[in-house]
Design a binder for this molecule. Sequence first.
Ligand SMILES: *Cc1c(COP(=O)(O)O)cnc(C)c1O
Length: 407
Amino acid sequence: MTTMPSKTMVLPSDQDSSGRDLGAEELELLEQVIRSGTLTSTKGSFTRTLEERFAATLGVKRAYACASGTAAVHVAVAALDPNPGDEIVTTSITDMGALTPILYQGAIPVFAEVDPQTLNVTAASIEACLSERTKAIVVTHLFGSACEMAEIMKLAQSRKIPVIEDCAQAFLARSDGQYVGTFGTIGCFSTQQGKHMTTGEGGIVVSNDDALARRMFLFINKAWGYGDAKPDHYFLSLNYRISELQGAVALAQLEKLESVVERRVAAADKLTNMLAGIPGLKTPRVEPGAVHTYWKYCLNVDDSVIRDGAIGLAKLLKDRGIMSAPRYIQKPAFMCEIFQKRRTFGSSQFPFTLARPEVLDYSKERFPLTFKALHDVLVLPWNERYRDEHLEYIAESIQESVEQLSI
Ligand SMILES: *Cc1c(COP(=O)(O)O)cnc(C)c1O
């Protein structure tokens, strides 16, 4: 018999004003944009200023805003200009928006295994996937926790393979003291509603490489050579610009980013202390020199100690108003129809038709760590507005639920 908790607490949420720092600063800049009458970023200055300040924040040469995190990954892949059938090594535990751009550019995602605790790819798991046809590596810093970048960059540089970092969940996260997004060739960010800074929808790409930055800018702008002596549409691309309205909101949000990150980290550190020593639970692992910026707070749940593991614990937490996500995306991306049925362009199955058969082998036995990682993970919502009372409530709810489920 389960005892229902007598009262539940409503936690601040990133889906509305309870958990978002949106206010007077955004409104002030938005009003300036509206009064200026210039809503396109090709003529206004807000988006350009955002790009300059974002680049300065990370200490990189160039940043360009674009329509979404998905667009950001598309821009990055397109800038590297793969040939059809080229392979891009990446992860199957990510947002689908980090994978479909690879297929749109005619390349083949090759899925590396992951660390079962962090769910991130590793240098060793990437190395096992490299081939003559590897054109690039895309790493995703999941949940705000950096991949092991020193090892990954060493591997990539020894093979001269460019690295794209998907930092959509990892604004201002660090590995060995250095910001993610600045290790690889290109860094990608999302400003979707639930990310560390938000414009509802939006994205940003960054790079220190001038030639690639030029291609990134062009891909966002229909490859039109703005400012060139004889501009033309130089190659196949899209309009992935944001408007000045988003540029203004992003600019105000960027001012708050450091504070948002600090508050998220401080709250997470408190919860980690409160949860220390609970049998069957692992709290987030943070390497020396790394800064985890907690897009979410993940636990790994051992179902030989806690009955029904992550799913059992999530059910009890839900009764207490804590809406966690057991198993995160539920299944690896390659289990989705787009990969299983190769639903791409008409009935062509392009670009899967160009792939080596072994990289299309999505059988479960090939990905034991990926399945194990998803089986064990419990993703707790996280927010910079969590106060001590929220953290105590979360910790107490977890403790009591684990006791109830202990085997
Ligand atoms: C959110 C996210 C994306 C996609 O961003 P959108 O802005 O939703 O298109 C890509 N990769 C990761 C890791 C994400 O979390």
